[in-house]
Design a binder for this molecule. Structure first.
Ligand code: ZN
Length: 331
């Protein structure tokens, strides 16, 4: 509890908390001290001091002082425990969801303004603007996210905490194509694919949820399971709307349980046809696990060296892929 509390207070500096609630103050001295009207009682002359370095307040008017939790106890007349819970709820869940939604919308607007990103998508066989809008595909050019979000009132601490911005204030997804991950219509994470030499795959340090777009694909009795978002996007573009993506060769327990929700399901596994056989081995292992619990699985054999995205990028058609599905056999 103590460690969690320390972390919570570090992530939500008292001064930012107050400023987000429209507390206005002026700096006094050089020691990161600020003074303004006390939010805890009526007054006309400022007597409420915040020391931003020590992360504490003291009011010379009402004689009360302490840390952020103490402030919330007094402000809302809550117990210590209730104050901590409220703070966690308000700052660590709802604002994060709203923040991710704002960020995704911002990145979406950047896409059409950056020909290098559109060209990257085109090279990967993605060119349908309706699909871009549907998947809310965006682009992070870097350099402008922080100022945009802080202008909307988001505190820097929250941007840092969600991992959108690094400690230098830079955009963590710099030069990446962005795919939001949804859960029941809400954005819970962002996936970024580098278009340059940087490490290709990046997520925010938060849960990725289950299989991609599960709310939409769960109703299909036949599913196509792929490793990556570019595989999924190209399949959706070509009409295979029953495709979903695990973001990995290894399914997490939630994803595996989703596939097993109905036992009359048939799962086509279309993992990468890697040179080192890693994709095929993972596909076989998954097919076996699914069959053990009574879910039928078939492994799609892509040409050597291909994943579904590269297959289409090299000119394959929907009919070609449909033929691969037709040829796919159980283990
Ligand atoms: Zn006071």
């Amino acid at each position: 509890m103590d460690a969690d509390l320390g972390e919570l207070k570090r992530r939500i500096p008292l001064l930012e908390y107050l400023q987000r609630r429209h507390w206005t103050a002026r700096a006094v001295g050089t020691q990161q001290e600020f003074v303004g009207l006390c939010p805890l009682h009526q007054e006309t002359r400022p007597s409420f001091y915040v020391n931003a370095r020590k992360n504490v307040f003291y009011c010379h008017g009402c004689g009360r002082g302490g840390d952020l939790i103490r402030f919330i106890e007094l402000e809302r007349q809550l117990s210590f425990r209730q104050s901590v819970a409220q703070l966690q709820h308000e700052w660590c869940s709802a604002p994060a969801a709203e923040l991710l939604s704002q960020t995704a919308a911002f990145y979406q607007r950047q896409l059409s303004r950056h020909p290098e990103a559109v060209e990257y998508l085109r090279q990967r066989a993605l060119c349908n603007s309706e699909l871009f809008a549907e998947l809310r595909i965006g682009y992070a050019p870097g350099g402008n996210l922080r100022s945009h979000l802080t202008s909307l009132g988001y505190p820097f601490a929250l941007l840092l905490q969600t991992g959108l911005i690094n400690h230098q204030g830079r955009d963590a997804f710099y030069r990446r194509v962005i795919f939001p991950c949804f859960k029941q219509g809400q954005i819970i994470n962002l996936y970024g694919r580098s278009i340059g030499p940087a490490f290709p795959h990046r997520f925010l340090p938060r849960p990725r949820g289950g299989l991609f777009a599960w709310d939409l694909v769960a109703r299909y009795p036949t599913l196509i399971l792929v490793e990556g978002m570019f595989d999924l996007a190209v399949l959706w573009q070509c009409g295979f709307r029953n495709s979903t993506c695990a973001f990995s060769k290894q399914l997490n327990p939630v994803q595996f349980a989703q596939l097993c929700e109905r036992l009359d399901r048939l799962v086509y596994i279309a993992f990468d046809q890697d040179q080192n056989q890693a994709g095929q081995r993972a596909a076989c292992a998954l097919a076996r696990r699914l069959q053990t619990v009574g879910v039928a699985a078939r492994i799609v054999q892509l040409p050597a060296g291909h994943d579904p995205n590269s297959y289409f990028s090299c000119g394959a058609t929907s009919a070609d892929f449909a033929a691969l599905l037709e040829q796919a056999r159980p283990l």
